[in-house]
Design a protein. Structure first.
Length: 367
């Protein structure tokens, strides 16, 4: 079994700098876990501690049924793919892929079989006699993956493997990694700062910030039910709109008062929001949950706001509208047919069943 378990794991550098702070994480056998977060959040340090390339300051790491704190990297039965490929430039693709097996004294026939099998899976058989400088970035990344595959490890660790590729190649390699995962049926732990990679690849996503886990769940739970303002803002493109305002109550109904507009909360939210009556909160609404009133039938006046459209940004299949209420700026993502006039006020409808509220002190989710 290739389960991985981190229990109260920390990495502390000189000066009591906590790069990773007492994280607890369980990764199931054959699961694809993605660690995602901004630069410096501790995700790569966590991966390197699992790999044995970084010493653990506190806590315990288990791979399968073995405590690996004091086991060197070469004996942990893991394979790691690095951001910069880490290929030997003087070796051919075949020699790069077989190097680790030769060090472990595998028979020549077994090495040949494993390398050709991995090359077939990755579609790089025709490159086996070439050197890395003769390959594109995407081809080099496949070789790096192939070098990991031939070892048949319990766990694959991938540290931002697509960050050096252009946008088109990243999309292609995401697909390749997904297909590879389905074929190999083993455990993957994948580090990225790209929330699109996290959403499309992960069975679960572990969102990290400041060395701590902010939330760990499946992609749609992370997107629809973020644990706090940071998670809501980090996951999603464009980022969620965050506005400040006050919760008020009128005639037994609760409203969010932004200062320039008021919108009524749905009744299911009343119980959770009641303690915040008269208080300032953060209000979050995603761009796709704001609509041009012209294209919404039977829009409630209590869900309708007025804002000036400052920029219209066509993106082919959709359009981004950059809006200003007079107090807050925000973005709406609408259909390609929807291109209002610039620098003119327009009526917008907010889907109040999909909004989020966050505590201003803790930034934790209220609803």
């Amino acid at each position: 079994m290739a389960q991985v378990s981190l229990r109260d794991v920390s990495k502390v550098y000189k000066g009591d700098v906590r790069a990773v702070d007492k994280i607890n994480l369980g990764i199931e056998n054959k699961e694809f876990m993605v660690l995602v977060g901004p630069s410096g959040c501790g995700k790569s340090t966590t991966l390197r501690m699992i790999a044995g390339l970084e010493e653990i300051s506190e806590g315990k790491i288990w791979i399968g049924d073995r405590l690996v704190n004091d086991i060197p990297a070469k004996d942990r039965d893991i394979a790691m793919v690095f951001q910069n490929y880490a290929l030997y430039p003087h070796m051919t693709v075949f020699e790069n892929m077989s190097f680790g097996l030769k060090l472990r004294k595998y028979p020549k026939e077994e090495i040949e079989r494993r390398v050709h099998e991995a090359a077939e899976i990755l579609g790089i058989k025709k490159f086996l006699t070439r050197r890395p400088k003769q390959l594109s970035g995407g081809e080099r990344q496949r070789v790096a993956l192939g070098r990991a595959i031939v070892r048949k490890p319990m766990v694959f660790l991938l540290d931002e493997p697509l960050s050096n590729l252009d946008a088109k190649r990243r999309v292609q390699m995401r697909t390749e990694i997904h297909k590879l995962r389905l074929r190999l049926q083993t455990t993957f732990i994948y580090v990225t700062h790209d929330q699109t990679e996290a959403m499309t690849l992960g069975d679960r996503i572990c969102v990290m910030n400041d060395g701590k886990i902010q939330q760990c769940a499946d992609p749609m739970t992370i997107y629809d039910k973020p644990a706090n303002k940071f998670v809501a803002s980090f996951i999603g493109s464009p980022p969620i709109n965050i506005m400040t305002g006050k919760i008020i109550k009128k005639e037994r109904k609760y409203y969010f008062d932004e200062g320039k507009f008021q919108v009524k909360l749905v009744e299911d939210m009343y119980k959770a929001i009641a303690p915040y009556e008269g208080k300032e909160v953060f209000f979050g609404v995603r761009a796709e949950d704001i609509y041009d009133k012209l294209f919404v039938t039977e829009a409630s006046p209590e869900n309708t706001i007025r804002a000036a459209c400052e920029v219209v940004e066509p993106l082919g299949s959709e359009v981004y509208l950059y809006l200003n209420s007079g107090k807050n700026t925000f973005v709406a993502r609408v259909g390609a047919h929807n291109k209002p006039d610039v620098n003119r006020d327009m009526d917008l409808v907010i889907d109040m069943g999909k909004v989020h509220f966050f505590d201003q002190q803790t930034e934790a989710t209220i609803i």
